[in-house]
Design a protein around this ligand. Structure first.
Ligand SMILES: CC(C)(COP(=O)(O)OP(=O)(O)OC[C@H]1O[C@@H](n2cnc3c(N)ncnc32)[C@H](O)[C@@H]1OP(=O)(O)O)[C@@H](O)C(=O)NCCC(=O)NCCS
Length: 204
């Protein structure tokens, strides 16, 4: 149950970039944090290849999952799950536009997967992002979120939601930078984040 709406504001479309511009920059505009050392930051990944998740990626996704720490797995699914939930993979594979994997071109090894999976009933979709620990804080999460948000209006998505653990609000911070109407609510150990996309136009 939502306990409190802790903030709500409207961000104008003149805010930080999404999509192509974000991809060109490799990240949204924002304060730079120190980036040094694997897993705690490093250089941005200029040769990152993004493509839709395909069934043939499942072994690579499973291998990536094995390389992730328990903390990262817990942050993604909010439970100590042994494997990536099959229900999630099924939903992510159901629509090629709903998910994206990232791999550095020089290795082709999948290091991240993200999805924007719409609910059956309306124009709302849930964002989920997972970047392998050793590749975190190198702009990959930023690229994946920008990619999915840019494609959202053409998919009929007007509202993006995400559930993040309160101690790991990076994705909430990323969504706060997306032009639109941002709100968040505390729900136990999680923050439920919502953005009504400015690019989707006015409310019906
Ligand atoms: C959250 C997650 C997707 C971020 O991916 P990432 O590739 O590390 O993120 P980026 O390098 O693009 O950084 C995005 C922003 O978050 C900041 N950031 C990333 N990791 C951070 C950390 N551990 N501490 C503080 N800030 C962090 C970056 O500095 C950047 O901010 P900026 O744009 O203002 O400079 C990744 O850490 C992850 O997979 N976590 C586990 C799964 C999860 O929590 N998913 C979210 C719930 S669905």
């Amino acid at each position: 149950m939502d306990l409190a709406v802790t903030s709500r504001h409207t961000r104008q479309a003149a805010g930080p970039p999404t999509g192509d511009e974000a991809a060109r920059r490799g990240r949204f505009a924002g304060p730079a944090l120190p980036r040094s050392g694997p897993g705690t930051g490093g250089p941005l990944v200029p040769d990152l290849s993004l493509r839709p998740l395909a069934g043939s990626d499942l072994p690579s996704i499973a291998a990536m999952w094995e390389r992730c720490t328990p903390a990262t797995r817990m942050s993604r699914f909010h439970a100590p799950v042994r494997d990536i939930p099959a229900s999630y993979l099924k939903a992510a594979l159901a629509d090629p536009a709903a998910s994206v994997v990232a791999a550095p071109e020089r290795t082709g090894v999948v290091v991240a997967v993200a999805s924007l999976i719409r609910s059956a009933s309306d124009s709302t979709a849930e964002l989920g992002v997972l970047v392998q620990d050793a590749w975190q804080r190198r702009g990959i999460g930023h690229r994946l979120v920008g990619h999915l948000i840019t494609a959202a209006p053409a998919r009929g998505i007007a509202v993006v939601t995400a559930a993040v653990l309160t101690q790991n609000a990076t994705v909430a911070d990323l969504l706060r930078q997306v032009p639109g109407e941002f709100s968040l609510a505390i729900d136990g150990p999680a923050l439920n984040v919502q953005v009504r996309l400015a690019s989707a136009g006015p409310r019906p």
